[in-house]
Design a protein around this ligand. Structure first.
Ligand SMILES: Cc1cc2nc3c(=O)[nH]c(=O)nc-3n(C[C@H](O)[C@H](O)[C@H](O)COP(=O)(O)OP(=O)(O)OC[C@H]3O[C@@H](n4cnc5c(N)ncnc54)[C@H](O)[C@@H]3O)c2cc1C
Length: 440
């Protein structure tokens, strides 16, 4: 078999085809006896993309993110066995919780892939007002539990997204200005390290690692098998206010005509009820995506942003793409010392996101150029800094600085301590020594 190098390159790992180091079929069979699910070899499976482990949210990544071998973990013991095996043979490894990663690094080509979508348990503890959630669970499940327990959680906009990956990278949503980011809600983390050892991390048990897990990004320090997050008492009444400003094609008759906003208040019984009435993430078919983000710093020059916005709208023929802002500030500004979330995020007034969604491969170049163009234009403005770890332009090379700024060096130090073999090694993630190169 030829030596395959399509995976994350830049460091010597043991790749399929390298008989000097790669596990034999007997080694894999032996591992299988210790797992609760069988191993799946994508190249041997007809219709691999229609089964669970293959399913990334982003349709653009389906064809070039095919692992060598994959398994569904159902318990921490599965995760432990896989980590010991990957460590022993120094294999390229990838792990996915719900598979919403924009860069595709949650399922890498030629990797040993661990799929956690079957680990979905979620429970509420009234005494501590916390939820404990496994990585395969999602916001639909969390918001349903919130509704049942009259609580609310800091979560994202789309119900299919996983709270674990979301919180590890920062996590923005409708409640962040009141309670802080998703990362700020982490109370404790159960994880399996790259050597297979289990570890529970709290602020008291390991202050530095706890800091790193709050914003250092997924796939970096260990496999999270469950996470405990703060919840808050739900309000008695929830009201949303929204405005739409319908744009018309300009004609002689419409020049000078006022654009009247169609604004309304609405009552909701819970945050879940509000989410359920929105379009978020309810697109019936699988889309191809690309994203670029940047943080507007305090006092940013809105005129230039307005100019970029107008150009973005004019230059896109795609109704499914958007360029939008999410207001930050408020409680987002607190907690910088207690987390690895960048100062660019903490100090910002807004997170700007260019988000292209399309269907056919034929349009890849056009849509990627549109998104990258806006991302680069915004990033080049004086008062914009950084990018959001969880919603990255997969092609940015200076991700260390853009995602974490001054905090990157400390993240590397912590990683060297807890992931001795640099087993968690992926594009746009914190690395110990050798920087991976972009596989796309
Ligand atoms: C449709 C859509 C809507 C979104 N909306 C929001 C939003 O409103 N707010 C927001 O902040 N973000 C949002 N995001 C981004 C989202 O936060 C990230 O995609 C996040 O990574 C999703 O978590 P996940 O569980 O799917 O992780 P995955 O995509 O499975 O993995 C993400 C990263 O974490 C690693 N990882 C996965 N599981 C584990 C684990 N158990 N232990 C350690 N590392 C792990 C992976 O290797 C990868 O590097 C959205 C994304 C999409 C596609």
């Amino acid at each position: 078999m030829a030596l395959l190098t399509l995976g994350v390159v830049g460091k010597k790992k043991c790749y399929p085809g390298d008989d000097s180091c790669f596990p034999t079929s007997d080694d894999f069979k032996d591992l299988e006896t210790r797992l609760s699910s069988s191993l799946i070899y994508p190249s041997n499976v007809l219709g691999w993309r229609s089964i669970g482990p293959a399913s990334l949210h982003n349709g653009r990544l389906d064809t070039n993110h095919v692992p060598y071998v994959a398994t569904f973990a159902t318990t921490s013991s599965d995760v432990k066995e896989v980590m010991k095996f990957v460590n022993e043979f120094d294999l390229l490894f990838s792990v996915k919780s719900t598979g919403h990663c924009y860069s595709g690094n949650c399922m890498s080509q030629d990797s040993f892939h661990l799929d956690l979508t079957k680990m979905k348990e979620i429970s509420y503890d009234e005494a501590s007002s916390t939820v404990t959630i496994e990585p395969g669970s999602n916001f639909d499940a969390l918001y349903a539990l919130n509704e049942e327990t009259r609580t609310q959680s800091v979560g994202g906009m789309c119900g299919t997204v996983g709270p674990v990956g979301f919180s590890l990278g920062g996590g923005h949503g409708p409640l962040i200005r009141s309670y802080g980011l998703g990362a700020d809600q982490i109370v404790s983390v159960d994880m399996i390290l790259s050597n297979g050892e289990p570890l529970t991390v709290t602020e008291e048990s390991d202050k530095d690692l706890f800091w790193a897990l709050r914003g250092g990004g997924g796939g970096t320090f260990g496999v999270v098998t469950s996470m405990t997050l703060k919840t808050y008492r739900a309000p008695e009444q929830l009201i949303s206010y929204s405005c739409n400003y319908p744009l018309k094609t300009t004609s002689d008759e419409t020049v000078g005509e006022e654009i009247v906003g169609d604004c309304s208040f609405a009552n909701h019984t819970s945050l879940k009820a509000w989410h359920d009435t929105r379009w978020f993430g309810k697109v019936p078919m699988k889309m191809r995506n690309y994203m670029a983000t940047s943080f507007a710093q305090q006092g940013f020059d809105g005129k230039n942003v307005a100019k970029i916005t107008i150009e973005a709208v004019i230059n896109s023929e795609n109704m499914m793409s958007s360029f939008f802002g999410i207001q930050t500030g408020g409680a987002v500004r607190e907690g910088s010392e207690g987390s690895a979330v960048s100062d660019a995020f903490r100090g910002s007034e807004m997170l700007l996101e260019a988000d292209a969604n399309w269907i056919t491969k034929m349009n890849d170049e056009k849509e990627i150029n549109w998104t990258k163009g806006i991302g680069d234009d915004v990033h080049n403005l004086d008062d914009f800094k950084g990018a959001y770890v969880n919603e990255p332009d997969p092609q940015i090379e200076d991700f260390e600085d853009r995602f974490w700024g001054d905090k990157f060096e400390k993240l590397q130090e912590i990683k060297r301590r807890v992931d001795v073999g640099d087993i968690f090694w992926q594009w746009q993630g914190v690395y110990s020594e050798d920087k991976p190169t972009n596989p796309q």
